[in-house]
Design a protein. Structure first.
Ligand SMILES: Nc1ncnc2c1ncn2[C@@H]1O[C@H](COP(=O)(O)OP(=O)(O)O)[C@@H](O)[C@H]1O
Ligand SMILES: [Mg+2]
Lengths: 314, 254
C-alpha cells in the first residue's frame, strides 16, 4: 500500500473522529449529558447522507440534512428524560442506538438493510488518483471540523456556555437562578446530535459504503475514550483525544503483525482502550487538558482594565 | 408604600409520615427584614424550599405579588423576583467565583443559544455591566481577591458569602436567606447584616432564617418562631425575646 495514502487516510479519520468527539464533548464535557448512544446519531447522519446522495442531492445538502435529521431526532429522544436524573438519559439513548441499528438491519428498503449499500463520494473528479481523492476528503473534512470547532468555541466561551456548565455542576441551584435546565439540555443535545450527524455523513461518503454493523456500540465507546482522554469540557482536548486514540489504534494494528501475542491480536486495540481508560481515570481524571475557563471578555475587561490602569500609573 | 409581597396560606409539607411543615400561614411585606427562627429540624428550610418550588407543597397555596406560585417551577419563580440563598451553599464548583456570580445575572441575552453564537455584540456590553456589578458585590463580601479562583476552593465561610452574593446578584424583589451568617466570621456577619439593612432602604426585602439571634434580633423588624412545623410565636424582636414561651421552644430540647 502507498504509505502516503496510509497517512492521508489517518489524517481524514482523525478529522472525522474529532468531529465525533467534539459532539460528545459539548454534551458530556460541558453540559454533563452522558450520551451512551452517540453512534445512533452518527448512524442517522450517515444514512440520511446516503439515501439523499443516492437520489443525486448535492453533497453539501446531504451533509446538512444529516445534521438536521440527527438534531431533530436527538431532540425528541432526549425530551422525555431531560427532567429526570442524568442516568435515565444514558439508558434511553443507549437503547435507542441499539433499536435503530436493529431497524436498519431488518428493513431492506433502507439502504440495503443488513447488506449495506455503496455511497457516492461527495466530490469525485474523473480519472483522479487515490491520493487526490484523499486530499479532497481532507479538505472537506477539515472545513467541517473547523466550522464545528469554531461554533463550539464561540458557544462555550459565552454566557450560554457558562449556564450549561452551571447546570452540569448543580442543576437545582441553576434552576433556582432562573435557568430552565430542560430547555438548555434539549438544545445542547440537539446541537451535539447535529454535529455527530454531520460527522456521520462525512464518514459514510469517505468509506463509500455503509452497513448497520459499522454502527456498533464500540464506536460510541471509542468516542467516549477520546473525550475522557483528551479532557472533558475542553474543545482542544477533544481534538487531542481523537488524534491520540487514532494513533493507538494504528499502532495496535501495525504492532499485531510484528509481535506474537498469547491473545487474539484483533482484540489488542480493545485491551489498549481498556488499559487507557483505567489509567486516565486513576491518574488524570480531568483528562490530559484541564477544563477550559469561560472567556467572554467580562473578566478580562475588568482585570486587564485595572492592571492596565495601574501600569500606566507606575 | 407597603405591599404584601409573599403570602403563605396553610402550607403543609411532609416527608413520609413526618410533617416538616404543618399548616403555616404568614405574610411578608415589602421594604423590611423579616426573621424566621426555631430549633434545628423545626421545618424552616423546608418552608423556604417549598416557597421556591424546589419541594411541592402537599396543601395550601403561596402567592407572590398576588400571583399564585404554588405550582410554578423554580426558574419561573426566579423570574418573578423571588430568590433563595441556600443553607448549604450550592455553588458551581469548577466555575470561578466571578462566573458563579454571573450565572445569577438577570435578563442576559447571552444566555440564549442563538444570541450567544451569532449576536455577540448584543450581549457583550451587558456582560461587562454584570461583571462590574458582580465585582462590586464581591468587594462588599470581601471576596473580590478570589474572583478568578474556582468556587470549589473556597472555605466554608467564603462559600456562604458567595451564596449570598449570588442572591444579591440576581436583583431580587424578595431575597430568602437561609442562615447567611452561619460559619461566617462574626464581624463580617454583622457588617453583612448592616449592608442588608442598607439594601432594605433601597426597596429590597429580606426573609431570613438565622441561628445567630443577637444579629437577627438587632436588624429584623418582625420575627416568626417555628417549632415542629408550626408558627408558635411572632412579633417584634424585643417582644419575642421577652416571651417566656420563646425560651421554652428555642432551648427546650437542648
Ligand atoms: N428532603 C428531605 N427528605 C426527608 N426528610 C426531610 C427532607 N428535608 C427535611 N426533612 C426533615 O424535615 C424536618 C425539617 O427539616 P428542615 O426544614 O431542614 O429544618 P430546619 O431548617 O428548621 O433545621 C426534619 O425532620 C428533617 O429531617
Ligand atoms: Mg435549615
Amino acid at each position: 500500500m502507498d504509505p502516503l495514502v496510509y497517512i492521508l487516510d489517518f489524517i481524514v479519520l482523525v478529522g472525522i473522529f474529532s468531529i465525533f468527539s467534539l459532539s460528545l464533548n459539548i454534551e458530556f464535557g460541558f453540559a454533563g449529558l452522558a450520551n451512551f448512544g452517540k453512534v445512533a446519531f452518527v448512524l442517522i447522519g450517515a444514512y440520511t447522507y446516503t439515501l439523499l446522495s443516492n437520489i443525486n442531492v448535492p453533497f453539501f445538502l446531504c451533509l446538512i440534512a444529516g445534521a438536521i435529521a440527527s438534531a431533530i431526532i436527538g431532540f425528541f429522544v432526549s425530551l422525555p428524560t431531560l427532567k429526570l436524573r442524568e442516568d435515565y438519559l444514558a439508558i434511553v439513548v443507549l437503547a435507542f442506538g441499539e433499536i435503530l441499528k436493529i431497524i436498519v438491519k431488518s428493513e431492506g428498503w433502507i439502504a440495503g438493510g443488513v447488506w449495506g449499500t455503496p455511497v457516492y463520494p461527495a466530490i469525485s473528479i474523473a480519472g483522479s488518483s487515490t491520493r487526490l481523492d484523499m486530499a479532497i476528503n481532507i479538505a472537506l473534512v477539515y472545513v467541517c471540523l473547523f466550522l464545528s470547532f469554531l461554533l463550539l468555541q464561540l458557544l462555550t466561551n459565552s454566557p450560554y456556555g457558562r449556564v450549561i456548565r452551571a447546570i452540569r455542576e448543580d442543576e437545582v441551584a441553576a434552576e433556582a437562578l432562573g435557568k430552565n435546565r430542560a430547555k438548555y439540555r434539549a438544545q445542547v443535545f440537539a446541537l451535539g446530535s447535529a454535529i455527530a450527524g454531520l460527522g456521520g455523513g462525512l464518514f459514510a461518503q469517505y468509506l463509500q459504503f455503509i452497513d448497520p454493523y459499522m454502527f456498533a456500540p464500540m464506536l460510541t465507546f471509542t468516542i467516549w475514550i477520546m473525550v475522557l482522554l483528551g479532557g472533558p469540557a475542553n474543545n482542544w482536548g477533544a481534538l487531542l483525544g481523537a488524534g491520540m486514540v487514532q494513533l493507538f489504534d494504528r499502532g495496535a494494528n501495525i504492532a499485531k503483525d510484528y509481535v506474537t501475542l498469547p491473545i487474539d491480536p484483533g482484540n489488542l486495540q480493545y485491551i489498549i482502550y481498556g488499559v487507557l481508560i483505567i489509567l486516565v481515570l486513576l491518574y488524570r481524571p480531568q483528562g490530559l487538558l484541564k477544563e477550559s475557563q469561560v472567556k467572554t471578555k467580562a473578566g478580562e475587561s475588568i482585570f486587564n482594565g485595572r492592571d492596565f490602569a495601574k501600569n500606566k500609573g507606575d | 408604600m407597603e405591599e404584601i409581597l409573599l403570602k403563605i396560606k396553610g402550607i403543609s409539607k411532609h416527608f413520609g409520615g413526618v410533617y416538616a411543615v404543618n399548616g403555616i400561614s404568614l405574610d411578608i411585606t415589602s421594604g423590611k427584614i423579616w426573621g424566621l427562627v426555631g430549633p434545628n429540624g423545626s421545618g424552616k428550610s423546608t418552608l423556604f424550599n417549598t416557597v421556591l418550588g424546589i419541594h411541592q407543597a402537599d396543601e395550601g397555596n403561596i402567592y407572590f405579588k398576588d400571583r399564585c406560585i404554588t405550582n410554578l417551577v423554580p426558574h419561573q419563580i426566579f423570574d418573578l423576583g423571588l430568590v433563595y440563598a441556600f443553607q448549604v451553599p450550592r455553588l458551581f464548583q469548577t466555575l470561578n467565583v466571578l462566573d458563579n456570580m454571573l450565572v445569577a445575572g438577570r435578563e442576559h441575552k447571552g444566555d440564549k443559544l442563538l444570541f450567544s453564537l451569532f449576536f455577540r455584540k448584543s450581549w457583550q456590553k451587558k456582560e461587562i455591566e454584570l461583571a462590574e456589578k458582580a465585582m462590586e458585590i464581591l468587594r462588599l463580601l470581601k471576596l473580590d481577591h478570589l474572583a478568578l479562583s474556582p468556587a470549589g476552593e473556597l472555605s466554608g465561610g467564603q462559600s456562604k458569602l458567595l451564596e449570598l452574593g449570588k442572591g444579591l446578584m440576581a436583583s431580587p424583589t424578595l431575597l430568602l436567606l437561609d442562615e447567611p451568617a452561619a460559619g461566617v466570621n462574626p464581624n463580617l456577619g454583622r457588617s453583612m447584616f448592616e449592608r442588608i439593612e442598607d439594601l432594605c432602604q433601597t426597596g429590597l426585602s429580606f426573609f431570613i432564617i438565622e441561628h445567630r439571634l443577637e444579629l437577627l434580633f438587632d436588624f429584623a423588624h418582625w420575627v416568626y418562631v417555628m417549632d415542629k412545623g408550626k408558627i408558635v410565636l411572632e412579633g417584634k424582636p424585643p417582644e419575642v425575646a421577652e416571651d417566656p414561651s420563646f425560651y421554652h421552644v428555642y432551648l427546650g430540647d437542648e
